[in-house]
Design a binder for this molecule. Structure first.
Ligand code: FA5
Length: 340
């Protein structure tokens, strides 16, 4: 049996085959167990020496299986590294040499595109912390403790119950007002975190871009015109949008803006949940209490704010049918977008 084992193991080339090979020799119905079953016909002395030999053989086989499995695993890793290796210097020169050049991740392309559009419209680009305090994420946004709206965004809290992973980029509205005197317009892109049930359009860590414009006599129609222009700039064509009333305590009135699902052309798919529309952003006229929290007099100034879902935008832009691909870190996924 040991001779068969030694020649057999040399032929095993993959981990699933190795598992099968192991079961054939060492499994419950394996060859070793079959031999041991014959022990009952032996004398007590023969039985003890047979038992010791069988044990030795078992240890030998286990050791060899372990060694070969490690070898196979290493070979598999090395072969993947050879195939998926990328040079992050991102240069066409590498292509000439037949090597793979790195490209921008589709989400980064969309983020950069958005930043270019906003810079060209004279917006400042601000940053805000991922780990935020309760005041900037909720309270200053007119969401006091115990307000039911805190439950709308399932929150990852830190143990001190005062800090959290920000649930939206709206914290940048407050941080931006702390740095700017009106009139101003700024955007704040970044990652946000929610304890969500995951599906094709919901991630637990995703990206938003917050925008805020404060000045004199700004109206809902300015906001609608602005958002329409923004979306047609992003998609480089007119796309169908619809505006619905939406409730966010930091705006009044508040809206949700949907665009026609570009994945199915509006006929229904898993991303738009069969309804043909995808929720793109929340928006509205900044609530007077929020302006007050930013030391701005609401009798003198007003404005609008919006929070755009960037992952969904990326899905529409590049026809990606599941948001979870975006954060998978799978090179086979991101390599498809090099041409953009
Ligand atoms: C907000 O987060 C508000 N802060 C937006 C806002 C800003 C309203 C300023 C008014 C004024 P909402 O939870 O709807 O709203 O999220 C905004 C967008 O983020 C959604 O329209 C959607 O495009 C995207 N989004 C929300 N949840 C997820 C998720 N789990 N995965 C991927 N994208 C998401």
């Amino acid at each position: 049996m040991l001779e068969d084992f030694k020649t057999g193991i040399e032929k095993v080339q993959s981990l699933p085959d190795m598992a099968q090979f192991k079961a054939e020799y060492l499994g419950k119905k394996g060859r070793l167990k079959g031999l041991m079953a014959g022990m009952r016909d032996l004398s007590p002395e023969e039985r003890s020496s047979f038992g010791a030999k069988a044990n030795e053989a078992k240890q030998f086989m286990e050791k060899l299986i372990q060694e070969q499995s490690t070898r196979i695993e290493l070979e598999e890793i090395n072969s993947r590294l050879d195939k998926e290796w990328q040079d992050i210097s991102w240069t066409d020169r590498l292509k000439d040499k037949g090597q793979q050049a790195a490209g921008l991740h589709p989400l980064s392309s969309v983020m950069r595109g958005l930043e270019d559009i906003f810079l060209s419209m004279g917006f400042d680009i601000l940053d805000g912390p991922h780990i935020e305090d309760e005041y900037h994420n909720f309270e200053a946004l007119n969401i006091p403790a115990n307000h039911p709206a805190r439950d709308m965004q399932d929150t990852f809290w830190f143990q001190d119950k005062k800090h959290l992973l920000r649930t939206h980029t709206s914290n940048i509205q407050i941080r931006g007002m702390e740095q700017h005197k009106p009139p101003f317009k700024f955007v704040g892109p970044g990652k946000v975190f929610r304890s969500e049930a995951l599906d094709a359009s919901h991630e637990a860590a995703f990206h938003q871009l917050e925008g805020m414009m404060v000045g004199k006599d700004i109206s809902v129609s300015h906001m609608i015109h602005f958002l329409r222009t923004l979306l047609s700039e992003i998609f480089q064509k007119e796309i169908k949008v619809r505006l619905r009333p939406g409730f966010f305590p930091f705006v009044e009135p508040g809206f949700e803006l949907d665009y026609e699902c570009l994945l199915c052309g509006g006929t229904g798919c898993s991303v738009c949940k069969q309804v043909g529309w995808v929720e793109a952003l929340g928006c509205g006229m900044v609530h007077p209490n929020v302006l007050k929290a930013g030391n701005i007099d609401p009798r003198e100034w007003n404005g609008f704010a919006f929070g755009l879902g960037v992952d969904r935008l990326t899905m529409m832009r590049y026809h990606i049918d599941d948001v979870r691909h975006i954060h998978s870190g799978d090179l086979l996924f991101s390599q498809q977008f090099k041409a953009y």
